[in-house]
Design a protein around this ligand. Sequence first.
Ligand code: SF4
Length: 471
Amino acid sequence: MGELSHKAERAAFGFAIDKTLQYMNKDPENRDKALLKLVDLSENFMGDVYQKESYDGARALIQDHDAKWTKYFHRLLEELDPHVIKMTALDLGFEAAFHGTKMIRQKRREHRCNIPWLILLDPTSACNLHCTGCWAAEYGHKLNLSFEDLDSIITQGKELGIYFYMYTGGEPLVRKADIIRLCEKHNDCAFHAFTNGTLVDEAFCQEMKRVGNLSLSLSLEGFEDANDSRRGEGIFEKVLAAMDLLKAHGQIFGTSICYTRYNLETVTSDEFLDLIIEKGCRFTWYFHYMPVGNEAAVELMPTREQREYMYHRVREIRGNEGGKPIFAMDFQNDGEFVGGCIAGGRNYCHINANGDMEPCVFIHYSSANIHDVSLLDALKQPLFMAYRDGQPFNDNHLRPCPMLENPELLQEMVTKTVAHSTDLQSPESVEHLCGKCREYANEWKVCAEKLWEEHPRQMPGYQNYKYENED
Ligand code: SF4
């Protein structure tokens, strides 16, 4: 698409969003019309890139005012800051999901390598907290990507169609001034930060409101006792106070939760979910504990029964009927919606504070550093090409990971491509890492095969990776 027609399309989307917001409270019928117009625009623009059923589903939902997710969506429109809604729809919707997706697919064919939809960046390895067992600490506490480094990654990324950037660390808000500068400079991109929440204050909320293209995930591990025993005294209260501020400012935020053998039932309980919903969380990310690092506590890994419980519980929470009005995502059990492992640049990759480009935030091996090579060349590094060749790593998308559920595959890829450990504190051999996953992988396999057998694999919206990647 030429620059002019891109601008015209963005303006048309912006106009439809303004209309929706204008009709929001006074005229529900016109509001529905404006929302339907947005769906029509999306469908016309995307052609057959997304399945027709997805658009029809969205149209049906808009007109079903009693449906749980319609009510959820209306609450977003009523409660969020209008500028935040508009920027999110334009940057995450129009630029990343529509324009970016089209461009990425073309670039993948052109360069014959994986081009991700989003990049996860560590602006710093520094953190203001010292949580027990935090993997971020593995990198050491003195590394930073400069503003110029981050700016260069984003600038190069946009040339490949990448319009969504997430930050983790370390604590990314240690660099909040630079994060806001990047939101301003790249106001056609959506940004998201995984944060411990303790550096969120009134001034930062004002800045988030002004730029409109930054959302947050705040880390929690359970209620006060469980949370603070690992993260430090008083942190739970600070996170809840940050949520109150963000909610008052109409910001989009949710939680980031690492589930373990010891907190899994608590963090998925009705009581816990009711609390975070009341505090204004719109979504919750669940991350399975990964035994990464020489000092990892393998005993924290969930049992087979707990993982199966998690699989069902996440689907129950976000079900159309019942459940909870919060969008729950489980990084390990939701592979079916994205065709398995998304790492190695297939849909995402991670760049640590040293500049090493890694396949995934949990896979600390690489042979490319963005200080030495371009973003595109880093995406072509041997380990990423091995990911591309191997994906999906399993036809059963409940066993997506080349480390956790198929550890022999990561070991083979890292060995073959001679990727080195990027853990600067205590480099871990791939044999050591994968050795810790073997027993878990064997146990989970039995359960995962049973679940996959019973699974309605051809659900609407499900798209197989092979289809997308056909050259
Ligand atoms: S490498 Fe494992 S944890 Fe990372 S995206 Fe792939 S499946 Fe998920």
